[in-house]
Design a protein around this ligand. Sequence first.
Ligand code: GLA
Length: 731
Amino acid sequence: MSIVIQEKCKTITLHTKNTSYQMKIGNLDYLLHLYYGPRIPDKDVSYQIQQYDRGFSGNPYESRNERTFSLDAQPQEFSTQQQGDFRTPSIEVVNSDGSYSFHGKAAGYQVFDGKYQLETLPCVFANKEDHVQSLAITLVDEVSKVELSLLYSVFEEADVITRAVKVKNAGTAPMHLKKIMSLCMDFLNGAGFDLISLPGRYGQERQVERQPMTHHIHSIGSIRGSSSHQQNPFVILCDRQATEDFGKCYGFSLMYSGNFLAEAELDQYDQLRLVMGINPKQFFYELKPGEVFECPEVVMAFSKHGLTGLSHLYHDFYRTNLCHSKFVMDVQRPVLINSWEAAFMDFDDVKLVEIAKAAKKMGVDLLVMDDGWFGKRDDDNSGLGDWYVNENKIKCGLHKLVEQINDLGMKFGIWFEPEMVSEDSDLYRAHPDWAMQIPGRHAVRSRNQMALDMSRKEVQDYLIKRINAVLDDANIYYVKWDINRSLADIWSNALPAEKQGEVYHRYILGLYRVMDEIILTHPDILFEGCSGGGGRYDAAMLHYYPQYWVSDNNHPIDRLKLHYGTSFVYPTCTMGAHISDSGKLVPLKTKAVVAMCGTFGYELDATHLSEEEQALCKEQSDLFRKYYPITFFGDFYRLTNPFAPGNMTAWQHVTKDKSKSLLSVVVTNLTCNGPQEYIRAKGLEEDAFYRMNGGEELYSGAVLMNAGIPIPREVPDYTAFQYYLEKVKEV
Ligand code: GLA
């Protein structure tokens, strides 16, 4: 049983294989949070909460002469407002009488088999063998009749618990939500925690920052209308001493692609609270009587085996429980070549076929026709929205072009940027009101394009119809789905003034509907997400796309950091990574080693490569295929930290049965006459012996992990090494 309820002491304990999570319906029916961490018995641990008379921390009305009970000093499962808790709330409502009060008391719970569902938002799913149990706890405000349903699903084997919240207006008058978070996590003793986040910028996404918790609110979020390049909806709270291999680490991954917020607050009593959910900025959501609002899901995991242990939990879970596409586990991803850095928008059908012919010699399986094939799109000032083939460029028509590529024995892929519109487009001329723009004001342009109002059904319907028509017209194997600006001018012409605070979220709901109707209706197409690189690389997007373009920055040395940061939560099989012309001083072999820490492909003009270069690429494409079962399904280890001083970056993939491993090293900087350096492997079988790169010598797993591999010194900068380790059966 993964959910244990003890009626007498009113505790609810959720157990996964190695973790436990405990709540209690406590004093005055407030729902208290008691514990999350390594597995414990079911027994009530509420003795942990010590109560004192705290100055300036108010006491609830019902506790009258009991001055030691204050919500300001209680660990809560869902923090409320105006109840004497002055820490960050999880919910802020404006009631129909204008008051800002939510007084939620536990009013019941229900345990059921299987995963809870959200109607409007993407969620992880349970596979048959997962034996998931779920829980819904209801909190009710007796005055306003607002009801919260706190939802939990327990994935016992995976060591994962998911949470979500539904809010219902069960009253008789409309009310508004100003803030509604998906998660509240209170720790009684939070002083020794560090917070790790993945901040970045365009071209440098998901860099890693670690900071000690101090007495203020650390907030991490986005108000760009998407989860963004600048922050990622994933945070870690860990012991200050936690390393890759040791220490307690908690992960929180939000399944949402719009504005988000994570607030971590260390309070006056060293209690730590983390809340996470939709960003309350410019969020004001009306709930009419009977209406329900759904909050996105948070996927939580805990490991006492350091950051690597935590990453492994996410990698395993996101490989099997996030995306239904057959390309995740069952169909090997193709090696692709993308036209963008080869030709930008300057191509025609003949050029594309030439690239494909050259790429064929490089072991490429798929040609992707990137931006520039549709409408009037010769530069980035026009054409977005007109998803019709430009027959001045693709003179033979899409159908014939795809046929020519298929005749070469290759597959064909295409690029879209569905959510955007150019003012110079037929779509905009026909429907200027479909673009987001605040009436009477000039629009903020970015890349000279505007965003479509995705909250409108007719916009969604247009995109579904038009894009599906293109996909159904030709033999399309792959789609790259891009979005190339942050949202501003948040306004919907279809909504009244008082509902404009709903537009950010309605945009995302509309987007998910469009994705459902295009992506889920084309199970045989491989979809890759993109937002000017990795600007919307989040778990909700990975529910739809098995892979996501990590960054527009293809420089292999920058990519070391990009892959490192991304790997804290998202597995290698999701990381779009290509070899390009970027990094002139970096050998092609090194570029290939780096791209093998991802989906592998090319982003260059294959016709410009010499025969030797094409042959070298062919070798690398074949190696990618050879190592695919290791890199896509194995455990990933960060062996060095590219943000720390050092001369090389190393990482490793190991198959689950530890029989095969690929250890990759890139020398970024070698000091003159410096010490010999060693890279220690991880995750191998101590007692086993391994053959390295097919050689005669056998290496003990224990020695490789404890003494390490000496990395050759006298090599040029940016040399890369790959150590392919294969366990030998008997010595
Ligand atoms: C974005 C993507 C690129 C490319 C261009 C096309 O920047 O990240 O890979 O597709 O758009 O305009």
